[in-house]
Design a protein around this ligand. Structure first.
Ligand code: HXC
Length: 510
């Protein structure tokens, strides 16, 4: 038996080498941690249980018969994060560039299958040169097996990807199908075809960073939701993100004792909105003031900044927050902001997270570019997402709620449960000036008359009381009361249960 134990030690030692000291050194010199070091940071200390560390690839071509590293370029298993369970895989760039073989894929598939059965989230740490070139179609098949599982698991368990190195070719589609994609600045990139192929096909000369770096995907394409300066920061922040989320769609998000009293002095909110309705203010300040301990986990902070999305807590309960941002494009809805918020709302609805919406929206952004690129379809995504969501929905109109955007932004008509407006709210088909210019076009040569008519229109419609008279807002409240009103509403809605009619799935305008 002693011999068996000695052999066991030898085998285990072999699993810890990765691609050897030289490649590990190169990994560190690039500012990247190894696959194992990353898992040590992601999980609570001594909780990671590794699976399949003795797995080898099955390829015997192109010299691979002589290179058979144990684990085959990916570490998989489960452990605890903040005391709660999590499955994870971590690709090892020091082994064949973290490339995905048939067996590498099978290891990932195994943990996703188990995560779905057990209702536990999956985090993928991606650092891979893509399909294992020597394996050919067996590797492509492996990718497709992972894609299939990402799809089936969507809406069942939260799936999060952290891109910590290259992510090229079809490999990008697995992260893209997960709920949140984080990237590490300067060391990670994602593209379907890399700079060399781009140059050959289109003659465009572009660097990896410019084509698919963290900055591009976080601020231009919107492919990534989060961007971090280092592996360490990314892993820590994803631990924080997980603290807001339930383990699966079968659970509610975890409840925290945040120690932040519901009734506290929020009178700063009463002074936040400028006298001039055309002046901006920072909606993030409204959100930070209202959530517990100013703790707000913003998603997509650098893309479509005219809308803010993210997670916070009220009375320790996770809420998803959506808010128009008057500081950017006056808070108008456009293609990107509609896509951004719609996907987030659907995530919250999948995972039993109530949605709080702060509205200050002058309408949809006018423009040829917006129309040509399909604002009709993209804007309707947001409308659709709000209308189909069955989780508790609470809406606060802080200032403007104009036109179609009033309907879209979680109005009563599309099944918001509780709708409040602040006293300065303006709920109308459009701004007073624009309205008068249209309905009194013949008077346009008489500025004094136009001014009087505008004031008259403002008095009549640019207030919350017309909507309140219809019952479209349930109450007009002072800004400083908002936190307690939301807390009471959430408590009242705790057992809300509405069910959409049976269907295979809906047909959201993609
Ligand atoms: C096998 C690979 C590999 C791959 C890298 N390696 N990519 N081995 N299959 N796809 C190996 C290298 O041979 C090398 O081995 C080690 O990993 C490190 O690679 P380097 O090139 O030295 O590193 P670096 O200079 O940092 O460049 C990294 C890289 C580059 C940008 C990822 O290796 C690269 O371009 N690889 C190919 C990318 C690619 O085209 N993948 C296929 C995409 S198509 P040694 O032994 O020297 O350490 C695809 C289809 C998926 O993925 C379809 C799904 C639908």
């Amino acid at each position: 038996m002693i011999e068996a134990y000695r052999l066991y030690q030898e085998w285990v030692a072999k699993t810890l080498h990765g691609g050897g000291p030289e490649r590990i050194k190169a990994q560190h010199e690039r500012g990247k941690l190894t696959a194992r070091e990353r898992l040590e940071i992601l999980f609570d200390p001594d909780t990671f249980e590794e699976w399949d560390r003795f797995v080898e690839h099955r390829c015997y071509d192109f010299g691979l018969d002589k290179q058979r590293p144990l684990g085959d370029g990916v570490l998989t298993g489960y452990g605890k994060v903040n005391g709660r369970p999590l499955f994870a895989f971590s690709q090892d760039f020091t082994v064949f560039g973290g490339s995905l073989s048939e067996t590498h894929a099978a290891k990932i598939c195994k943990i996703i299958d188990k995560a779905m059965e057990t209702g536990i989230p999956v985090v993928g740490l991606c650092d891979s040169g893509g399909a294992r070139i020597q394996e050919g179609v067996a590797s492509l098949g492996g990718y497709a097996e992972v894609f299939k599982r990402n799809t089936i698991a969507s809406g069942v368990i939260p799936q999060i990807s952290i891109i910590m190195g290259p992510c090229a070719g079809g490999a990008v589609y697995s992260p893209a199908m997960t709920d949140f994609v984080a990237m590490v600045e300067a060391t990670s990139y994602m593209f379907v075809t890399g700079p060399d192929v781009v140059k050959t096909v289109t003659s465009e000369v572009v660097s990896s960073e410019k084509l698919g770096g963290a900055k591009v995907h976080n601020s231009v394409s919107g492919v990534a939701h989060l961007s971090y300066a280092s592996d360490y920061e990314a892993l820590h922040e994803i631990r924080r993100l997980l603290s807001f989320l339930p383990n699966s769609n079968r659970e509610n998000p975890p409840l925290f004792q945040t120690g932040d009293p519901i009734i506290r002095d929020d009178s700063s909110l009463n002074r936040l909105i400028p006298e001039n309705p055309n002046h901006p203010y920072d909606m993030k300040e409204v959100i930070l003031t209202i959530v517990d301990n100013r703790d707000f986990f913003e998603i997509h902070p650098f893309w479509a900044e005219n809308i803010i999305i993210g997670f916070g807590r009220i009375s320790g309960q996770t809420v998803g927050i959506v808010g128009n941002q008057p500081m950017i494009l006056a808070g108008c809805l456009d293609i990107n902001s509609s896509r951004k918020a719609a996907r987030f709302i659907r995530f919250c609805d999948c995972f039993n997270i109530p949605i709080i919406t702060f509205v200050d929206v002058p309408g949809f952004l006018p423009g040829v570019d917006q129309e040509m690129n399909g604002i009709i379809t993209h804007g309707s995504k947001l409308l659709f997402a709000y209308a189909e969501a069955t989780v508790p929905k609470i809406t606060i109109i802080t200032r403007k709620a104009y036109g179609g955007a009033y309907d879209v932004m979680s109005s009563k008509h599309i099944r918001a449960d509780v709708n409040y407006a602040w006293p300065g709210a303006e709920i109308a088909v459009m701004g007073s000036k624009g309205a008068v210019e249209i309905i009194f076009r013949s008077e346009k040569e008489d500025p004094a008359k136009i001014a009087a008519l505008t004031e008259n229109y403002r008095e009549k419609f640019a207030n919350p009381y017309v909507a309140a008279r219809y019952g479209y807002v349930d109450d007009v409240i002072m800004p400083h009361q908002t936190r307690q009103k939301i807390a009471k509403s959430l408590e009242m809605l705790k057992n809300k249960s509405i069910v959409n009619p049976w269907k295979k799935h809906d047909n959201i305008p993609l």
